[in-house]
Design a binder for this molecule. Structure first.
Ligand code: HEC
Ligand code: HEC
Ligand code: HEC
Ligand code: HEC
Length: 177
């Protein structure tokens, strides 16, 4: 009897999922699975056609965009010697996506490819945005490029480096605090 009651509850529960909601859920699950499969490709671990580009981010994050545009990251491809600007060994760290002609180290090199998370309703949802590509930031993000071989006189100091490129709500304090 107990088993009958519980299977009845299960039927009721699925029966109550409306078609549009069911569709939205499958679209989401499909999208997330496709994304997780695709992110394994590409040098940066992101698929090359999933970037939105910094101009897309700019439409809602003008202040962050301006701060970034002044930073050395925006110039990271152009500051290379001419012959190195097409060299994948250098562009691995000096560009966001060669295939999509996304030069410089732009928003998505740190925040993750934004094709699926940039719409407002996704951006406002902490979990959904992360499920479809928005990355949490940590010093590890920086250290994928700021390695011991990078031509720096001093070892990478996250708090100090963050202050040089700070933007967003935590632009006055070190990130992660
Ligand atoms: C259509 C407008 C829009 C676009 C385009 C957009 N964002 Fe956002 N973004 C938002 C909104 C709204 C929030 C939530 C702001 C808040 O809660 O203070 C947000 C939040 C964020 C956050 C903080 C999210 C969190 O949960 O910690 C980051 C990081 C971010 N955006 C980066 C980006 C990047 C990178 C791009 C480009 C790929 C981008 N955004 C494009 C509207 C947008
Ligand atoms: C592992 C990531 C990585 C790779 C690969 C890489 N770089 Fe860099 N490069 C960096 C980082 C990070 C900096 C900034 C170091 C700093 O100042 O703290 C940098 C800085 C530079 C600078 C100084 C830029 C300036 O404005 O002063 C030059 C020039 C440069 N790299 C050339 C190259 C060339 C040429 C190649 C390919 C042969 C290359 N890099 C490959 C990460 C990398
Ligand atoms: C070099 C890596 C890097 C680049 C490039 C970069 N960001 Fe960020 N961004 C960060 C870090 C780190 C934080 C601080 C995150 C934290 O600790 O909350 C941050 C914070 C933000 C926030 C605020 C999140 C919040 O809740 O306060 C927004 C919005 C944002 N970035 C958007 C952008 C946009 C738009 C661009 C490009 C125009 C960009 N970022 C480029 C690393 C980067
Ligand atoms: C995709 C690779 C990449 C990532 C990720 C990255 N950087 Fe960079 N960063 C570079 C390159 C390349 C340069 C050199 C730019 C130039 O001058 O040509 C640089 C330069 C800088 C500089 C200027 C150094 C100087 O001496 O002028 C600072 C500060 C910096 N990065 C901070 C950060 C921080 C903080 C993070 C993480 C939140 C980060 N970067 C993530 C590639 C990266």
């Amino acid at each position: 009897m107990g088993r009958c009651a519980s299977s009845l509850r299960a039927v009721n529960w699925t029966g109550r999922i409306t078609a549009p909601l069911g569709f939205a859920i499958s679209a989401l699950v499909f999208g997330a699975v496709a994304w997780m499969g695709a992110r394994e490709s590409g040098a940066s671990g992101l698929s090359q056609d999933e970037f939105a580009g910094p101009e897309t981010c700019r439409s809602c994050h003008q202040a962050e965009y301006e701060s970034w545009a002044r930073s050395p990251h925006a110039r990271a491809t152009n500051s290379l010697p001419e012959n190195a600007r097409r060299d994948p060994r250098c562009l691995r760290c000096h560009a966001t996506s060669v295939e999509q002609n996304l030069l410089g180290v732009s928003c998505e090199a740190c925040h993750g490819a934004g094709k699926y998370y940039w719409p407002s309703y996704v951006m406002r949802d902490r979990e959904l945005s992360r499920l479809v590509g928005l990355r949490d930031q940590s010093p590890e993000t920086c250290k994928t490029c700021h390695t011991a071989d990078a031509p720096s006189l001093e070892p990478f100091d996250y708090d100090k480096a963050w202050r040089q490129i700070a933007h967003g709500k935590k632009s006055q304090a070190p990130a992660g605090k």
